[in-house]
Design a protein around this ligand. Sequence first.
Ligand SMILES: Nc1nc2c(ncn2[C@@H]2O[C@H](COP(=O)(O)OP(=O)(O)O)[C@@H](O)[C@H]2O)c(=O)[nH]1
Ligand SMILES: [Mg+2]
Length: 514
Amino acid sequence: MFNRPGNRVNQQLALLSDRLSEENPALEGIVDPFRMLDRIGYGAGLLDPEEDSYAFTISWWPMIAVLGTFSAGKSTFINDYIGKEVQRSGSQAVDDRFTVISYGSSEKVKELPGLALDGDPRFPFYRVSHEIERLSDGGGRTVDHFLAMKTVRADRLRGRILIDSPGFDADEQRATILQLTDHIIDLSDLVLVFFDARHPEPGAMRDTLEHLVNRVAARNDFTKLVFVLNMIDTTWREDNLEEVVSAWQRAVVRQGNATGRFYCLYNKGAAVEIGDDKVRTRYEHKASRDREEIHAKIAEISSSRSYRIVGAMQAIAESIEMDVRPALQSAMARWRRNVVRADVVLMAIVLALVVWGAQALTGGFAPWFDGTMLETVGDRPVISVLAVVLLLVVLAGIHFINRGWVARRVARSLPEESSSGNWRAAFRKNTVFWRSIFRRSPVGLGRRSLRQLHDLRDQVEGFVQRLNNQFMDEEAPVAGMTASGARGSVGEAEQPAREEAGDAVGPEEQRSQG
Ligand SMILES: Nc1nc2c(ncn2[C@@H]2O[C@H](COP(=O)(O)OP(=O)(O)O)[C@@H](O)[C@H]2O)c(=O)[nH]1
Ligand SMILES: [Mg+2]
């Protein structure tokens, strides 16, 4: 009856549940425990039922961003990975927007305006359009100017999001693009940084390198950064891949990245012909091994994200019990203590003033004790009652002013934004005027809620079990995944075969043959 989410929140959660059943079935049922957690949050005042859900604080789909220099083959790589020609490629295809690519039910690639990202709970971009508009320094430009969204049916897109990016060198809106890049690095679980082996001189790319590596270094987050030296086919004549790689490595290490490992790739369909058999075999071998490793990393990111979601729910439940509740209790105790203190002091002053005033009226204290005062009071009952009522009103007023004033001061020490919600709002809910200052248990966090939180934590165990089963299954080759016949639905496990056989062609290959 109470603590129900508003319509919009409800719809978003339903949508999330649908998406999960389509793309990540092991997590499908997890929306319900989130709803339960939300109810506790609404009841305690930690969440706003019209706006919030704990489910919105998590990014559900892992993000893999492909960044790098202009024309380094980013879009070609993405098309090849997905198995469909989602992105335009080619030196003339200057893309100046970030493109978020995710799973959709249609076989055809659908393009949606960037604004669509705002309403989709799968994306960590959820409700960040105003942030992007802020980043784009006003200028009337909107999200659509910088973000596009594409959806297509492809197995490799199930439960994950890829982001293709414009090169850094697109200078016109460079500042905005760099800021967006920062934002995307923050949000991403894996960042593939593409460089182009046609530039054996890393010097020319120093700006880009500096920017990227420094930003990531500042965030202390190198594990999610993967450097790719692409188009290595172009070095076949010199056959100096090791030299090129080590030049790049030195450059990266100089910027503060400890390992500076480079994966080496090229796309067969787009490559120049490698005229030497020995070199070709060596290059093919190297590129297909590195590609497999990158693909494995992407797969790994997706499974660890699922565990993190389950873990996040557990962490929120725990935090409500172990952090929020004690923090509210101690804030309430502080509030109570200070209200009582202020009441005592101020009321004492008022009473002293009243007594002093009254004795001045009666000409000293003598009439108070010889009965004359009682007589006077008896003679003027209305005035006397009014005086007493007035006094009580003043005292009550003092009490309520104190409550409000002390509550505001105590509230300031509580965070408004935390993974478990708005602690400050929850505290305020405990200090509304009809609640006695002597209540000990925070609103909505009584014994029943605690029991529900414990139940929830038990349910989490069930999800972990399901995830374990799912990922154990996935390690075996996936049979029947290509049954749909769609070229895009090549299972993860089949990739190596595809690379070697060279007959199942990606979009790039097909185009260049056609
Ligand atoms: N030689 C060679 N050319 C490539 C390779 N990958 C892509 N290309 C070509 O490089 C150009 C730019 O590729 P694109 O994917 O659009 O680069 P982006 O700007 O980083 O997205 C296109 O003409 C591709 O056909 C590769 O591995 N080797
Ligand atoms: Mg591109």
